[in-house]
Design a protein around this ligand. Structure first.
Ligand code: KIV
Ligand code: ZN
Length: 510
């Protein structure tokens, strides 16, 4: 048995199915690049037939990924399989991932198919996928609530039809680890052909057991594990990649298993996903949470000072938290800034570095100490930018607890100033209304968040908005010492993304 398992990341597909986690094409590409940097083995880029947008994202991701396998999900119906292939065909290593439910409840109520029909369809659709590519994955949806005898027959049939990976999902997060282990062993015993293909597990987290079940699956012989960054996914999510990877790395004595993942990239991946979706992880989240390596109790601090291993089973650096907290300030030059950016793991162009450096200087003018988090926010903001359509010229707000707020906003586009006044409940809402008037479009604010990057009175405010217009979603970020300004900048950033994407779509159509 090989001791190297494959990490199949489904953040862009199952992960994106979680509420509030939808991503546009550019964001998916950015995340896919990070997944490549981490050495993920398989990237499930989406569900090609589900919408034209999804199709385009899978196709675009397939075109940029160089090393990982790129998969598209497909129901076990001909149109899905054909569309999945159309989307991944240009990938260096394409995969079609087709699925059909095998549990009695799904077959009877959802599919309205007999077990015989499920068996026949699975086999036929794997054969169809195989006519396109040698790399075909079959998933038996709701496998853990299926009859093992029947499951083994389905697996036998799809392996004969050419499936090279067999996925055994705990779709509803119902299994418990010992049971899942036994279940897999039983199926392997009944279907010896599984020894010749990759066995995969895909565990949901409804009982908080996604990672534990995945590890039990690995013990039972799975050599591919499906997971997501930060554990996002349907309902309570999927097994979290960072937890599986670090459990295997930290407890090599127990599992004797390796992944190819560059663990020092885990924190960056987690932050990138949070930045894109606006969904932050809880501070006590294992591995990547802000407090995952913080020691509060005096007795713990004392122990760690004597010997880190008293309370640390892995180092913060091993997952990508930075040890060096060298603080920059207004006297720091470009060289120190560049060194810090590189240390933080960013590889940005000279032009982006110059712009980020100017922003850093502005921040340092108002803030005594500029911390790593401030610099990461500046760089993240820079990477989030699209060509500017509208720019903020000025704003005036009249607000109080006994009056309706009024905002006067002036934006510049192509050298021309546009000014509008709007009234609303609170200064932020009034400002957003005034921007809507200038842009001439009614946008729906789906999410708005404001946080401070660091502590202290001079902390930078980081605003995040998610807008919906004509069925599409656009997120935006704004940074400023003034929280109203940060909010206005975030809104303008989202509007500029909307304009940019519309122009890109128009260009593609011509
Ligand atoms: O949870 C599940 O069963 C799935 C399949 C489509 C693999 O996501
Ligand atoms: Zn799933």
């Amino acid at each position: 048995m090989s001791n190297r398992i494959q990490i199949f990341d489904t953040t862009l597909r199952d992960g994106e199915q979680s509420p509030g986690c939808s991503m546009n094409i550019a964001e998916k590409v950015e995340l896919a690049r990070q997944l490549e940097r981490m050495n993920v083995d398989v990237i499930e880029a989406g569900f090609a037939i589900s919408s034209p947008g999804d199709f385009q994202s899978v196709k675009t991701v397939a075109g940029v990924v160089e090393n990982a396998v790129v998969a598209s999900l497909a129901r076990a119906v001909p149109e899905d399989i054909d569309r999945a292939w159309e989307a991944v065909a240009e990938a260096v290593s394409p995969r079609i991932h087709t699925f059909l439910a095998t549990s009695p409840i799904h077959m009877e109520y959802k599919l309205r198919m007999t077990p015989g029909q499920v068996l026949e369809t699975s086999e036929a659709m794997v054969r169809r996928a195989k006519s396109y590519t040698s790399d075909v994955e079959f998933s038996a949806e709701d496998a853990t609530r299926s009859d093992p005898e029947f499951l083994a027959r389905v697996f036998d049939a799809v392996i004969k039809a050419g499936a090279t990976t067999i996925n055994i999902p705990d779709t509803v997060g119902y299994a418990v680890p010992d049971e899942f282990y036994e279940f897999l062993m039983k199926i392997r015993h009944r279907c010896p052909a599984l020894d010749n293909v990759v066995i995969s597990v895909h565990c949901h987290n409804d009982l908080g057991l996604g990672v534990a079940n995945s590890l039990a699956g690995i013990r039972a012989g799975a050599t591919q594990v499906e997971c997501t960054i930060n554990g996002i996914g349907e309902r309570a999510g999927n097994a979290a990649m960072e937890e599986i990877v670090m459990a295997l790395a930290t407890r090599r004595d127990m599992y004797g298993i390796q992944t190819g993942i560059e663990t020092t990239e885990l924190v960056r991946a987690s932050k990138l996903l949070s930045r894109i979706t606006g969904v932050t992880v809880q501070p006590n989240k294992a591995i990547v949470g802000e407090n995952a390596f913080a020691h509060e109790a005096g007795i713990h601090q004392h122990g760690v000072l004597q010997n880190k291993e008293t309370y640390e089973i892995m180092t913060p650096e091993s997952v990508g938290f930075k040890a060096n907290q060298m603080v920059l300030g207004k006297h720091s030059g470009k060289h120190a800034f560049r060194t810090k950016v590189e240390e933080l793991g960013y590889d940005i162009s000279e032009a982006d570095l110059q712009i980020a450096f100017e922003q850093f200087k502005n921040v340092a003018d108002k803030k005594k100490s500029v911390y790593d988090q401030d610099i990461e926010a500046i760089i993240a903001k820079r990477l989030d930018e699209v060509p500017v359509a509208y720019e903020l010229e000025r704003f005036v707000i009249n607000s109080g607890n006994s009056i309706t707020s009024t905002a006067v906003i002036t934006l510049v586009r192509d050298g021309k100033s546009y000014e509008k006044v709007a009234r609303g409940e609170g200064p932020i809402y009034a400002s957003f209304q005034a921007i809507d008037k200038i842009v001439g479009k009614r946008m729906h604010l789906e999410d708005y968040q404001l946080r401070s990057i660091t502590e202290g009175e001079d902390a930078l405010g980081d605003a995040f908005v998610k807008l919906e217009a004509d069925g599409q979603r656009y997120s935006g970020r704004g940074l400023s010492h003034d929280v109203i300004e940060a909010s206005i900048l975030a809104y303008i950033n989202a509007v500029n993304k909307m304009i940019y994407e519309a122009s890109m779509a128009e260009e593609a159509a011509n």
